[in-house]
Design a protein around this ligand. Structure first.
Ligand SMILES: Nc1ncnc2c1ncn2[C@@H]1O[C@H](COP(=O)(O)OP(=O)(O)OP(=O)(O)O)[C@@H](O)[C@H]1O
Length: 319
């Protein structure tokens, strides 16, 4: 039996199905990321996992204990399973230290002191412990929210896009720091996000979620090389539809540019990126615009180019 398991959980709001028979099994200390677009049911799923929302059917288990939903439990939620989302609620009139200490009010004083000191240290907040939330940056406030959630040593941490208010440099640094901390603490982590890049900073154990259902699971290489749907493929890069062929696509890196051939187009835009130039090419037949990598930075706006590709690189994708 797995440590944390979600068994065929479904949720229907009025008549609208938000979650369809979702199952997941995690071992202790394992991380997983659920990547899905807005409205795909990610928050609903995490709230059910935390015992904060009542599912229409299915079960959630932590070890040998079934997680009760708000209809079954007088005070919904568990200290063992903590949910952190973007709208974290810090106490504005309390200091950082007081915020982190609050969940530990009923604990042994010496234990609480040690725990708060450790969290301040682990999250790099020692220098800010006497400040109030309004005196902190978004990233620092987020760290305080995470430290507050970790204060009671939860076994499972559920992260619902908690970093979306940060810029990408801050966000990636924070995710890397947290990864180290979670590994050290042995926390089991479920991270939901719409951003594959964020997910991959934490883990390569991916679940791709669309319209309340799992569309594909696996590591990034498997999903990138063998995506089942256009949505999964697009998480990694733009895809170009091949004219006059059904559901057949190519990634920008799988198109070669030549000065002769059959599929002709003109470069209409060029962007300098770190490893290559990215070109927008308007195809002659049909007027479609393809995005193509130019690794030798050879072509310029206005150039005529011919597009070549290997058949084995063609992705056959459902919607
Ligand atoms: N309390 C509610 N009552 C009715 N419908 C709801 C309720 N909460 C969510 N929904 C609907 O259920 C679906 C899933 O919503 P959910 O918030 O779980 O998605 P999400 O993937 O977390 O979206 P986002 O990334 O935008 O937060 C949406 O269509 C939403 O409108």
């Amino acid at each position: 039996m797995s440590y944390f398991s979600i068994r065929k959980v479904s949720k229907t709001y009025e008549l609208h199905p938000a979650l369809k028979e979702f199952s997941l099994a995690l071992e202790k200390g394992q991380f997983t990321a659920i990547v899905g677009e807005s409205g795909s049911g990610k928050s609903t799923l995490l709230r059910i996992m935390a015992g904060l929302e009542t599912q229409t059917s299915g079960e959630v288990w932590l070890n040998d204990r079934q997680i009760e939903n708000p209809k079954q439990k007088l005070v919904p939620g568990y200290d063992e399973i903590k949910l952190i989302h973007q709208d974290y609620h810090l106490q504005p009139n309390s200091t950082v230290e007081e915020n982190i200490s609050r969940p530990l009010l009923n604990y042994d004083k010496a234990y609480a002191r040690d725990r708060v000191d450790r969290l301040l240290f682990d999250l790099g907040l020692e220098g800010f412990k006497d400040r109030h939330p309004r005196q902190l940056s978004g990233g620092q406030q987020q760290k305080v929210a995470i430290a507050t959630a970790l204060a009671v040593e939860p076994d499972v941490l559920l992260l619902d896009e908690p970093f979306s208010s940060l810029d990408s440099i801050q966000k990636h640094r924070l995710i890397s720091e947290l990864k180290e901390l979670f590994l050290e603490l042995g926390t089991t982590v479920v991270f939901v996000t719409h951003d594959l890049d964020d997910a991959l900073r934490l883990t390569d154990n991916l679940i791709i979620f669309q319209k309340g259902k799992v569309v594909q699971k696996g590591g990034s290489q498997e999903l990138c090389e063998h995506p089942k749907t256009r949505y999964v493929a697009r998480l990694f890069s733009t895809i170009n539809l091949i004219p006059d062929r059904f559901n057949s696509y190519l990634r920008p890196s799988d198109v070669r540019l030549r000065t002769k051939g059959e599929l002709m187009g003109h470069v209409i835009d060029q962007r300098y990126l770190v490893h290559y130039n990215s070109l927008s090419i308007r195809l002659k037949n049909g007027g479609q615009v393809w995005e193509v990598d130019d690794p030798f930075r050879k072509y310029k706006i206005g150039d005529r180019v011919y597009l070549h590709f290997d058949e084995e690189k063609v992705l056959m994708l459902k919607s």
